[in-house]
Structure formats: structure tokens, C-alpha cells
Design a protein around this ligand. Structure first.
Ligand code: PRP
Length: 180
């Protein structure tokens, strides 16, 4: 297994907390007339962000669902083909839905996911991502809410992993060059 070291901290725990609060304020403002909201957390990366975000939402009735988006194709670049795995039936017809993601990179995952979820006829469907890498985009996908733009570097922490490690870091870090 490759051994990666943390090169620099890109975002502190305090900075992350401020960004999450700003996102929640924007969502709460946009949802001020909503009684209900269905949050769909895209595992695994978004689990940490979603758990912070949902506790700051002021919509009276918030339902939380978890899905796993599985990409097919190249192992290093997500492909245009995404399969949704859900732990329970996604009953979102007529619902206001917010997809919560950790990061938008090429945009393949979210453009596929939103296209598939729209077929379930939600009343509205928006996407909130904690991190956005617009320079990596190769689709037209634009998230409704994006916490922070990230340079084209490999980041870990706050839910994001390298080889399933580092998701637990409370900050976001850039990894150093890898060694075998
Ligand atoms: C990450 C992230 C998004 C996707 C974004 O998931 O959580 O779902 O990649 O990439 P894209 O914009 O290029 O499609 P990943 O496949 O790493 O799974 P994980 O969340 O379980 O770590």
C-alpha cells in the first residue's frame, strides 16, 4: 500500500465549521417556506459533512436518506455511468430534495445522479457540495450550493479519503507525493 504524508492543512476545523454554517443559512433561507425536506447523503464521503449540515437545518421536518453512487469505467477517473445503491426505497415523488455531496470533481457522478433522481419526480431537486473543483469539470454540472472551491490537488479529511484512510480528520489536508 502507498504511504502518503500530509503536506499541508488546506482548511482548519474552524474554517470548515464557518463554511457549513454559511451553507446552512443559505439553504434555510431558500427553504423558509418549506415544511419538509428530504436530504440524500451520498456515501461515503458526504457522511461527515451531511451530519454537520443537517443539524443546522431549520426546516421543521427533515428526512435523511443514504445512497451510494457507484461509478463504472476507469478506476482513477469517474466514468459517465453511475449506479445508485439505496438502503431503502427512494420515495421522493413530490418532495423537496437536497442531495448532499462532499466533492464535485468531473461532475459525472452528480450529473448522472440528478438525471436519475429527476425520474422519481421530486417537487424540487438541489445539490449541496462541501467542496468543488471546477477546474476538473468535464460536464456541464453546476451545484446549487458549494462551500469552498478547491485547487486541483488531492485532498483528504472531513469525509474524503485516500484508499479509505483519513476520512476521520477534522480538517482538510493536501497529501504529499506518495512513496511505495
Ligand atoms: C467522490 C465524491 C463524489 C465523486 C465526485 O466519491 O464523493 O461522489 O467522487 O467525482 P466526480 O465529480 O468526478 O464524479 P468516491 O467515488 O471517491 O466515493 P466515496 O465518497 O465513497 O469516497
Amino acid at each position: 500500500m502507498k504511504n502518503m504524508k500530509i503536506k499541508e492543512i488546506l482548511m482548519t476545523e474552524e474554517e470548515i465549521s464557518g463554511i457549513v454554517s454559511c451553507l446552512a443559512d443559505r439553504i434555510n433561507n431558500d427553504c423558509k417556506n418549506c415544511d419538509k425536506l428530504t436530504v440524500i447523503c451520498v456515501l461515503k464521503g458526504a457522511a461527515v459533512f451531511a451530519s454537520d449540515l443537517i443539524r443546522k437545518l431549520s426546516v421543521p421536518d427533515v428526512k435523511v436518506c443514504f445512497i451510494k453512487a457507484e461509478s463504472y469505467g476507469s478506476a482513477v477517473e469517474s466514468s459517465g455511468s453511475v449506479k445508485i445503491n439505496s438502503y431503502e426505497p427512494l420515495e421522493i415523488q413530490g418532495e423537496d430534495v437536497l442531495i448532499v455531496e462532499d466533492i464535485v470533481d468531473t461532475g459525472h457522478t452528480l450529473s448522472q445522479l440528478t438525471a436519475q433522481l429527476k425520474k422519481l419526480r421530486p417537487r424540487s431537486l438541489k445539490v449541496c457540495t462541501m467542496f468543488d473543483k471546477p477546474t476538473r469539470r468535464c460536464t456541464e454540472f453546476v451545484p446549487d450550493y458549494a462551500g469552498a472551491e478547491i485547487p486541483n490537488e488531492f485532498i483528504v479529511g472531513y469525509g474524503l479519503d485516500f484508499d479509505e484512510r483519513y476520512r476521520n480528520l477534522p480538517y482538510v489536508a493536501v497529501l504529499d507525493d506518495c512513496t511505495e
